[in-house]
Design a protein around this ligand. Structure first.
Ligand code: SF4
Length: 388
């Protein structure tokens, strides 16, 4: 049986945010420019004025996990996949300001035209999960599979929450990108083409989907640890596996525990526990409902007045849901509050700075994916869009 193991250090060094650079990270850490002070009482007016000056030339996207002060200026909100599609649907917008994290801005750059510039207001807004799968590590894993004569039997599937490099790798090797909404369909597609799947980078989404939605056993899953020699797996384990799960996880969703589910059930009789599939397997198994961010929003909207909900996802979203539905009791699943710290890097001073730079005719923090990587990443993204 495969059990969750606490993560070993990622390849990403702990750099002071806003200083230095980290070549093995999917993001940058430099944040150039003079930011307005967070205490500036004119920030809201400045953001409004800059947006008005740019008009239809700018399109501001806001991920559901962003701060309220940023969401206020978003033209659309959504999860990473919806926002990438929204960006692609606005070819007239010269600038796409992506209030989210680095891999999302990369996907938007891949799906938009070369004439459009995708801007990330703070380059330090990365994703710890995406950083847990680095291209050189994934290539070493693939080499091992090839040495064992298995590579031809493996279809790589990567979660949207991965760098463009990893999406490009998957596209080069005939695989597909998935989201938390379509992971089951992506795995069905992959198993129709191969005997086993290499699932990147979120072990929990891969395991939860294979076991809870597709009938595979925990014994069919093995955990490939890029920080261990040969992934920490024997040739026999790799040969016997159906799901080769990458040892990555979300630092926000990975902190919910089965104990938090038990505690909230004791404290709030009749509570509905609703969690994201990036949570650990035992948490998802103990919950009442599991689904993507968009699913969570719809479930709360459809819930009857007076019902109680403990929600296991990012805190900004849970707080907004609670504020939007005062007729329902909505609480955070864990007793310790936890934001996604990298998502929270985007704040109003960074947004104002980025918008005012655009007004001044300068494009700050432009995110570009090199054409070769983008071509293969697009193959894997298009394959996802073509899923039945
Ligand atoms: S919530 Fe998790 S998966 Fe999403 S950006 Fe933050 S660390 Fe990455």
């Amino acid at each position: 049986m495969t059990t969750f193991v606490e993560p070993s250090p990622t390849a990403t060094a702990l750099l002071l945010l806003g200083r230095g650079s980290d070549p093995s990270s999917e993001r940058g850490v430099d944040c150039p420019g003079d930011l307005p002070a967070p205490s500036d009482p004119g920030l809201v007016a400045r953001a409004r004025a800059a947006k008005a000056a740019l008009g239809d030339r700018v399109f501001v996207l806001g991920h559901h996990y962003q701060r309220d002060e940023v969401i206020e200026f978003a033209d659309v909100t959504g999860d990473s996949f919806k926002l990438a599609r929204d960006a692609a649907a606005r070819p007239d917008a010269e600038y796409i300001v992506f209030c989210g994290v680095h891999f999302m801005a990369e996907s938007a750059d891949i799906l938009t035209s070369d004439a459009q510039a995708v801007v990330l207001p703070d380059l330090a807004a990365g994703c710890s999960m995406a950083d847990m799968a680095v291209l050189s590590q994934v290539e070493a894993c693939w080499d091992r599979l090839a040495e064992l004569g298995l590579a031809d039997t493996v279809v790589p599937v990567t979660y949207m929450n991965s760098s463009a490099d990893i999406k490009g790798f998957v596209g080069r090797h005939g695989g597909v990108v998935c989201t938390s909404s379509n992971a089951k369909r992506a795995l069905e597609w992959a198993f129709a083409r191969g005997q086993r799947v290499l699932f990147l980078p979120d072990q929990h989404l891969g395991r939860n989907t294979a076991v809870l939605e597709m009938g595979y056993g925990l014994d069919d899953c093995v955990l490939y640890d890029p920080h261990n020699a040969e992934g920490g797996l024997s040739a026999e384990q790799l040969t016997d596996a159906k799901m080769i799960l990458w040892r990555g996880h979300c630092s926000v969703h990975g902190r919910f525990t089965k104990e938090s589910v038990d505690q909230v059930r004791q404290l709030v009789p009749g509570v509905n526990v609703l969690v994201h599939p990036e949570c650990r397997h035992d948490v998802v198994t103990a919950a009442d409902l599991v689904g993507s961010t968009e699913y969570i929003i719809r479930a709360i909207e459809a819930a009857p007045a007076g019902s109680s909900w403990a929600v296991g996802t990012e805190l900004n979203l849970v707080r907004r849901l609670a504020a939007a539905h005062p007729d329902k009791q909505i609480m955070f699943l864990d007793r310790t509050v936890c934001y996604c710290s990298t998502m929270n890097r985007i704040d109003l001073p960074h947004l104002v700075w980025a918008l005012e730079e655009l007004v001044a005719g300068r494009v700050p923090n432009r995110i570009t994916v090199d054409p070769e990587t983008a071509r293969y990443a697009r193959l894997a993204l298009d394959q996802m869009l073509a899923l039945p």
